[in-house]
Unconditional design. Structure first.
Lengths: 33, 435
């Protein structure tokens, strides 16, 4: 069968979230002064 | 197997016969024929497809299992994390007089002493000792903060060098960042900072010269724009540079002029690691600048959706990078993320420094977080667990909740904001290869 899924982004590794707290959400960081 | 609750479906802009699927849990994105959507809902897919979709977080065994996974998501991160995230406020002084500064009336000639800086290093050493064995994934991430951290430039160089040395002795990775206004960031200093382990600076430019100078003047009233741009040109080959910017309802439409100016001056996407614009937040009465009320108190204000989509497009279409959309956890939720204030007091977020009720300790007692006063589990309710956006916000910004409502008891829900923006943002990420 022909491959029906085209992967456009593999996504993030859960572990990487611990290095990016408060800076990457859809809202981003409010702590820029 | 069934489709994850945290998987959203959008029409594919490039192919009307296809659909885009986005997992808020993983930030994974796929395109599939629209005819496959029904098969996905019922789990009628081939073994190979199933394996791919499980890996991307889009197919799950049972929804109850996924719900339990989400409830334990943050605890799982904490259990696995071997990262110490430390923001260090070197002082609460500043050479600028920004109209909206959230540190407002908390600022003054308040500087970290050498003794406190030594205590920071000692606390980091004690944290390293708590790690059982070495797996190679241990990391110390320090963000120098203020006030203006470069008013304590010698202190930053000295402390960063010391922390880099401590980490190196233990075979632990060390990286430092800095939030600075950029006005004191000369090339000579940048070289020394890079040598001491500093990787990247985040420097705000609030739109084109006239707008920026109105928002971020020096204390004497003179504009800071030209000084900062010159410094960025001088240091962009020495340190990573992220340009940030704080916009308000009446000035965000001017920000694309800044982007054109940066290109014209040679601060091109090759020299600027990313650009990130965010709305200014109001502070509580008596804490922020007296009388300032031009910021927002929730992302759900309609103009913010419009502004963030427009500015994101303007950033990306000029070739600059910006944050991609994906899961995000607040620093308050991480057991090993702290802010150390100039006086050694420890908090969980820069927004709540000097608020005694949210102090979680002091360097003398080490780095620990035993208090549950920060609304950490506020999103563990039916409504949030049923919301496909949960992994993007986990209860939103506690600081904004505090400023808005005077407490952190509850969530800073962003559903209306994500309803208005997420589809476009996911499509921007695909269009500009931000994946």
């Amino acid at each position: 069968m022909k491959q029906r899924i085209k992967v456009l982004a593999q996504g993030v590794d859960k572990k990487d979230l611990a290095t990016s707290a408060c800076c990457t959400s859809g809202g981003g960081s409010k702590m820029i002064k | 197997m069934i489709l994850s609750k945290y998987c959203l479906t959008y029409p594919d802009p490039d192919d009307p016969s296809s659909a885009i699927l986005f997992s808020t849990k993983k930030a994974s994105i796929i395109s599939v024929p629209s005819s496959m959507l029904e098969d996905l809902k019922t789990g009628s897919v081939t073994g190979e497809e199933q394996e791919t979709l499980i890996g991307l977080g889009m197919l799950v065994g049972i929804l109850e299992g996924e719900r339990r996974e989400m409830i334990g998501f943050v605890e799982g991160l904490n259990a696995e994390s071997r990262v110490l995230g430390l923001k260090v406020a070197m002082n609460l002084d500043c050479n600028l007089n920004c109209v909206y500064c959230f540190e407002g009336q908390r600022k003054g000639r308040l500087y970290m002493t050498d003794e406190t800086a030594l205590s920071v290093a000692a606390a980091v050493k004690r944290w390293m000792e708590t790690l059982a064995g070495r797996k190679g994934d241990e990391k110390i991430i320090v963000t120098f903060y203020g006030g203006e951290p470069l008013l304590s430039a010698e202190g930053v160089v000295s402390l960063s060098r010391r922390l880099k040395g401590c980490a190196g002795e233990e075979g632990i990775s060390y990286v430092a960042y800095m939030n600075t206004n950029g006005s004191l960031l000369t090339a000579r200093l940048a070289e020394r900072l890079a040598d001491a382990g500093l990787k990247e600076v985040a420097v705000p430019l609030d739109g084109p010269e006239e707008v920026h100078n109105g928002c971020r003047p020096f204390k004497g009233g003179r504009g800071s724009f030209d000084t900062i741009v010159k410094n960025l040109l001088d240091v962009s080959g020495l340190l990573g540079v992220t340009v940030t910017g704080n916009y308000m309802k009446d000035n965000y439409k001017m920000f694309p002029i800044l982007l054109d100016y940066l290109l014209e001056r040679g601060l091109t996407p090759e020299k600027i690691r990313s650009v990130r614009f965010e709305p200014v937040t109001n502070e509580s009465e008596g804490v922020g600048p007296a009388g300032f009320r031009e910021g927002c108190i929730t992302y759900n204000e309609e103009w913010i959706a419009e502004a963030s989509l427009m500015l994101r497009e303007e950033i990306l279409k000029r070739g600059y990078k910006t944050n991609r959309i994906g899961p995000a956890v607040c620093s308050m939720d991480f057991d090993s993320h702290f802010l150390v204030n100039y006086d050694g007091c420890i908090y969980k977020c820069p927004g709540i420094i000097d608020r005694e009720e949210f102090k979680v300790g002091h360097l003398k007692q080490g780095l620990a977080f035993g208090r549950q006063s920060h609304g950490r589990d506020s999103w563990k309710n039916e409504e949030c667990l049923d919301c496909a956006y949960l992994p993007l916000c986990f209860g939103g910004c506690r600081y904004m909740k505090l400023v808005r409502d005077g407490n952190m008891d509850g969530v800073d829900c962003r559903k209306p904001y994500f309803d208005a923006t997420l589809e476009t943002m996911v499509k921007q990420d695909i269009k500009y290869g931000l994946v």
